[in-house]
Design a protein around this ligand. Structure first.
Ligand code: DC
Length: 236
């Protein structure tokens, strides 16, 4: 007798920054037992390596030097039970927290515009998704990394609402910030993501749009689980 098994798929989540993509992707992966890959963390890890090895300093990014350094970079993920998600490792060292710091955030957008960096990371991401059963979030997952993904979600939310959420989050952490500054930064990043020459943020024609401006996480999960259930319907 054969038991019905769920078909494994690739779930690609793209969208604007501060839309809650990673939280959403992490929750999906936990519910259905998939691997979650935060591709932004990979661009951040390369940036960190560049900072630590002299290719990035004093406001400059030496693209040629970074390209050479790429050959020495190994990136891997390992599940962290406490966090309920995978931590990123750079050459065997856990850098999950380090890559979120301000120095990395300041340079990562420029590093992510370097063709050699994108080529290397896209290749690694494609290898990670070969066996399917993966939820990947980023900016170019449904368009470049997995153009054949079975489920593509394009996440968006009103910039003012995104700023308000981020503001509350930072206040909760005790950081002093102004709502206006956050909103300006979000709008600037939206513009940079959409207008960069290489792999800009665009909605794949076959992506479904999730505007979560007025949705709770629970409502977003109901929305996505319905779609996943249909796509993974049992096969024998
Ligand atoms: O999601 P994040 O803020 O951690 O992403 C960090 C940077 O990397 C951000 O500038 C966008 C860029 N990025 C990208 O160009 N392509 C991806 N697939 C993921 C992130």
């Amino acid at each position: 007798m054969s038991f019905p098994t769920k078909r494994k798929i690739v779930i690609a989540i793209d969208g604007f920054s501060s839309c809650g993509k990673s939280t959403f992707a992490k929750e999906i992966a936990a519910r259905i037992g998939y691997v979650f890959i935060d591709t932004g963390a990979m661009y951040r890890a390369v940036t960190l390596y560049g900072i630590e090895h002299g290719a990035i300093h004093d406001g400059t990014v030496d693209a040629a030097q970074l390209e050479t350094l790429l050959l020495r970079i190994q990136i891997s993920f390992s599940f962290n039970e406490q966090r309920g998600a995978s931590d990123i490792y750079l050459n065997g060292v856990n850098v999950e927290e380090r890559i979120r710091r301000i120095d990395v955030s300041e340079y990562v957008s420029r590093v992510s515009q370097i063709a050699a960096v994108r080529n290397r990371l896209v290749h690694m991401q494609q290898e990670m998704g070969k066996q399917k059963g993966i939820v990947m979030d980023g900016r170019d997952i449904g368009t470049v990394v997995f153009p054949d993904a079975e489920l593509k979600i394009f996440m968006t939310a009103d910039p003012h609402i995104r700023a308000e959420r981020r503001y509350q989050e930072l206040l909760g952490k005790g950081e002093k910030v102004s709502l206006e500054e956050i909103e300006r930064n979000i709008r600037e990043r939206d513009h940079a993501d959409q207008t960069r020459a290489i792999s800009p943020l665009v909605q794949a024609p076959d992506a479904v749009v999730l505007d979560n401006s007025h949705m709770t996480v629970a409502q977003q999960m109901d929305w996505v689980m319905e779609r996943i259930d249909k796509l993974t319907e049992t096969s024998c």
